[in-house]
Design a protein around this ligand. Structure first.
Ligand SMILES: Cc1cc2nc3c(=O)[nH]c(=O)nc-3n(C[C@H](O)[C@H](O)[C@H](O)COP(=O)(O)OP(=O)(O)OC[C@H]3O[C@@H](n4cnc5c(N)ncnc54)[C@H](O)[C@@H]3O)c2cc1C
Length: 593
């Protein structure tokens, strides 16, 4: 991927623009400035960080709308996560943060007022473990899509006898739930749209600790941007004119211009490149670059936050004992073998039913929704579901869990809060698990459904929604989204609110990564037929064809989509930014390297 150092650029005035102030752009700009180059960062938005976006709602509360976890490279490891390193350097996090903690989910069937019984829990556990094992087993030279491999794994699960016939419908739901989690982990639209090889090539950084940052992931970006001499916000680049005998020029949306540049490092998202490469570059990009842009994919992963009000103490006493009665419609909707099974008395391992006063201080409470109908293609298993939740907007069935508390919510004064981990919930710190964890699936904490009906204590909840459902959610108004979410406790009567909270008094905050024109997607992945060569082609510098710089790299590309192994991550983005800056510095050096 590193271009050979061909003829050096003009050695006198090196003026370089970096487009985008996400982690790729900031890493590129810092590297160049440290090498005493003259760098201007042009950022369309009004803050640094890009998809690391911490929304400060008040002095006490901030929400992580984008990146939440350092995925490895944390603590005493040889290869450090560079974003984590900056956070440590700035005193934002301990250099050896606690290891990951994760929470189990309460898996809920529509219309059911009791927890899964022992047999159901076992079926769900086996199903989720089978999925995880199948994903882990995909070889690095795999052909086909992830869904192709999962289809085989599903058949093997049924043949294994681990899921009795009477639990098969429930297992299908759990399989589908896991599909949603996979989408959230990998950013893929669906596993049928994801190259199995791409999935297998993704890797965690060594040092498997997943840590969140109490200050929020945008904080490190603010720090980096603050150290740069020329970052211009609100400069949305519309056209980059390159390839002529003179320097490169950039024109922005408001007509502002930068002229006579020696090189430009472009770090806009793959979504922006897909939508705009035709108009952004004059002359157009080379054909292999365009082919890579079109072959690689970027999916949508959104977070929908609910901020509940905590009413008076009197209200707390009243609501603490009130169970939410299941509506008849909801019970009807649970028709089918899985729902019948749900109506069985809970097994000995089962915990108190919904409405009990069980609460846990500071615990994360995660509800996982086993919808009876799929929203989209479901990882290779034919749907064939019983009727259902037809009253709700379709996209709501893409909401696969609702979690109260967790690392996306930053409360000032919160103790600890550096350890992340939502592996069985909705957050995806671990995209692939070490094989050792799979040896005994019965002790695989990650996927043991939690039987206890625990009442949340956090007043902030987050739901993740992916793919087409996320795009439909983005298209709906705030009121429509809130009204849809308000139906969850009717459909899933075990959903409880923290004491004193009410669905009538709740604020909505959400991301719109899929349609925000500065991103047009959440994170990238290899689509069907994409190969690592496409990533290399995307990342390859484009060289000048004429003038005194002919043969030298003048358009360089960085960003999360440019890293095969760490695709879709902050550290991947950062590394590509630094790497492309080094490529450029190599070309700028008088000896040409
Ligand atoms: C919901 C979500 C959860 C995630 N969770 C994690 C996680 O837990 N851990 C992790 O490591 N990663 C996570 N990621 C991925 C991570 O956030 C990204 O991979 C990374 O931040 C991308 O950085 P980047 O510099 O490549 O791109 P970006 O952050 O997108 O930066 C590109 C910048 O370019 C700007 N731009 C766009 N168009 C123009 C234009 N025309 N002119 C000027 N500027 C422009 C944009 O405004 C943006 O600031 C998550 C992402 C999302 C969306």
């Amino acid at each position: 991927m590193i271009a050979a150092c061909t003829p050096p650029l003009r050695s006198a005035a090196h003026r370089i623009a970096v487009v985008g102030a996400g982690y790729a752009g900031l890493a590129a700009a810092s590297t160049l400035e440290h090498a005493r180059q003259c760098v201007t960062v042009l950022e369309a938005g009004h803050r640094p960080g890009g998809r690391a976006c911490t929304q400060q709602l008040s002095a006490e509360l901030a929400l992580e709308l984008g990146a939440t976890w350092f995925h490895g490279g944390v603590g005493d490891v040889a290869e450090k996560n560079p974003v984590f390193q900056h956070a440590v350097g700035a005193g934002l996090i301990d250099s050896r943060p606690e290891g990951e903690t994760w929470w189990s989910s309460q898996f809920l069937l529509p219309g059911s007022s009791g927890p899964l019984n022992t047999a159901q829990q076992a079926a769900v556990t086996h199903t989720l473990a089978a999925w995880a094992a199948a994903v882990e087993a995909v070889p690095q030279d795999a052909g086909g899509t992830t869904a192709d491999h999962l289809r085989v794994a599903w058949q093997q699960l049924l043949a294994s006898g681990k899921v009795p016939v009477e639990q098969e419908a429930l297992a299908r739901r759990a399989w589908r739930w896991r599909e949603h989690l996979q989408r959230a982990m990998d950013g893929c639209h669906s596993t049928a749209d994801q190259s199995a090889q791409g999935l297998a090539l993704y890797d965690e950084m060594p040092g498997g600790v997943h840590a969140a940052l109490p200050a929020g992931m945008q904080a490190v970006a603010e720090l980096l941007a603050g150290q740069l001499s020329d970052v211009r916000y609100g400069w949305e680049v519309r056209r980059i004119t390159w390839g002529g005998p003179g320097g490169i020029s950039i024109e922005c949306k408001d007509g502002s211009r930068l002229e006579d540049l020696d090189a430009v490092i472009v770090t806009v998202s793959l979504g922006v490149l897909k939508a705009q490469h035709g108009t952004l570059f004059d002359p157009p990009l080379p054909a292999d670059k365009v082919a890579a842009i079109s072959s690689l994919r970027i999916g949508t992963v959104d977070k929908v936050f609910l901020e509940f009000e905590n009413s008076s103490i009197a209200d707390i006493n009243e609501t603490a004992t009130a169970a939410v009665p299941p509506s008849e419609a909801a019970l009807d909707s649970a028709a089918g073998p899985a729902a019948e099974a749900a109506a069985e008395p809970a097994g000995p391992a089962a915990a108190p039913a919904s409405g009990s006063e069980a609460t846990t201080a500071d615990a994360v409470v995660s509800y996982a929704f086993l919808w009876s109908e799929p929203w989209e293609a479901d990882g290779g298993v034919a749907a064939g579901q019983a009727a259902s939740e037809s009253q709700v907007p379709d996209w709501l069935k893409g909401v696969f869990s609702l979690r109260f508390g967790g690392p996306e919510v930053k409360l000032t004064g919160q103790a600890g809060g550096t350890a992340g981990g939502a592996r069985g919930g909705v957050g995806p710190p671990a995209r692939q698990r070490p094989a050792a964890e799979l040896e005994d699936e019965s002790t695989d904490e990650e996927f043991v459904p939690c039987a206890a009906a625990v009442r949340p204590t956090s007043y902030q909840a987050v739901a993740w929604v992916t793919g087409e459902a996320a795009l439909a959610m983005e298209a709906a108004s705030d009121e429509e989204v809130l009204n849809a979410l308000r139906q969850l406790p009717t459909l899933f009567p075990q959903v409880q609110l923290p004491p004193g909270a009410s669905w009538d008094s709740v604020k909505l905050h959400r991301s719109k990564w899929g349609t925000d024109p500065h991103f047009l997607g959440s994170y990238s992945y290899l689509g069907p037929g994409s190969t690592p060569a496409d990533v290399a082609a995307l990342a390859a510098p484009v060289c000048a064809t004429a003038g005194q710089n002919a043969g030298a790299p003048v358009l360089l590309f960085a960003g999360e989509a440019c890293h095969v192994k760490y695709i879709g991550t902050m550290h991947g983005a950062y590394m590509t930014g630094r790497q492309q800056a080094e490529v450029l510095l190599c070309a700028l050096s008088p000896a040409g390297g």
